[in-house]
Design a protein around this ligand. Structure first.
Ligand code: PLP
Length: 292
């Protein structure tokens, strides 16, 4: 039996070719050169619309999106950030990079947040990051209830969960900010890249400026000028922008997402059923509100 190749990425759709050719000819790779409609700006508009969010900011990685999200929340110095014990190194790293302290929360045997440990550790933290680990979504109802009551902001790390639903709500739109990755192992592959989404104008304005919208480049982000003007010259710039070529690659793949989600779920469920037939292995089922 020949096994399918499970390690290669899918080809980038042909629809990207004409735009890539234009970029090669023009050399216009920097997101802020064109007065309007740069591929990065178009990606932000399309992604926000696809997710039903007010704002999107495309950046160089999901790690950058997490780092900027933490800084944009304007947390106190020495803030503590509650993160799951089952996550990826980028998450505690983003907390350290922002000069805050990660606090680890236990996860259960089903790889999801242990809610008793979460409730015990929530008092005393200033923010929460939840990592949605490839179809192991934690109980977002219980998490949001506790965090809303304690007035603690939630960042959703949906690096590889683009397309997952919770009660028919898109993962990444439940907390205050959602972060996604365009690195090659994720649902959409630009080699590297990331994006954050939020409905909060001041939050995204701060993230836009810190991502590197220096001087008056933030004016090229539509619908957010007042909030950006409030933060002008008050924040450091970390230059974590996405470039136009990456945005072209991402935009060409967004239409593929529903098919990729369906393929991924079918393959997952097929393999999970085979593994679960072995008594030594348990692939946990989704929680009832989750469509992974
Ligand atoms: C759960 C999780 N969060 C964040 C990231 C960081 O994404 P990026 O590589 O785009 O920085 C990853 C990357 O694999 C991840 O798996």
């Amino acid at each position: 039996m020949t096994l399918p190749d499970m390690h290669s990425a899918e080809a980038i759709p042909d629809t990207a070719r004409a735009e890539i050719e234009l970029l090669l000819q023009s050399g216009d790779l920097f997101r802020y050169t064109a007065a309007a409609d740069a591929p990065v700006s178009l990606l932000e508009a399309e992604f926000a619309q696809m997710m039903g969010s007010r704002y999107a900011l495309a950046v160089s990685s999901c790690s950058a999106a997490l780092f900027l999200s933490l800084l944009a929340l304007d947390l106190p110095q020495n803030a503590k950030v509650l993160i799951p014990g089952f996550t990826f190194a980028a998450v505690p790293s983003a907390v350290i990079h922002a000069n805050y302290t990660p606090v680890l929360c236990e996860v259960g045997e089903n790889y999801r947040i242990d809610m008793a440990d979460f409730a015990a550790k929530l008092p005393g933290v200033d923010a929460v990051i939840i990592s949605h680990m490839r179809g192991h979504t934690s109980d977002m109802d219980a998490i949001m209830q506790l965090c809303d009551a304690a007035n603690v902001p939630v960042i959703e790390d949906a690096a590889h969960s683009l397309g997952t639903l919770w009660h028919d709500r898109k993962i990444g739109t439940i907390g205050k900010i959602g972060c996604f990755s365009f690195q090659s192992y994720k649902m959409v592959n630009a080699g590297e890249g990331g994006i954050l989404i939020t409905d909060d104008a001041d939050l995204v304005a701060r993230a836009i400026i810190m991502s590197g919208a220096y001087e008056h480049n933030w004016k090229k982000h539509p619908g957010i000028a007042d909030a950006c003007a409030r933060w002008q010259n008050k924040l450091p710039l970390y230059n974590l922008r996405l470039n136009n070529l990456s945005a072209v690659l991402v935009r060409a793949q967004l239409a593929e997402l529903p098919r990729r989600v369906a393929d991924g779920l079918r393959n997952h469920d097929y393999v999970a059923a085979k593994l679960n037939a072995a008594p030594q292995i348990d692939v946990p089922a989704p929680l009832p509100p989750e469509t992974r």
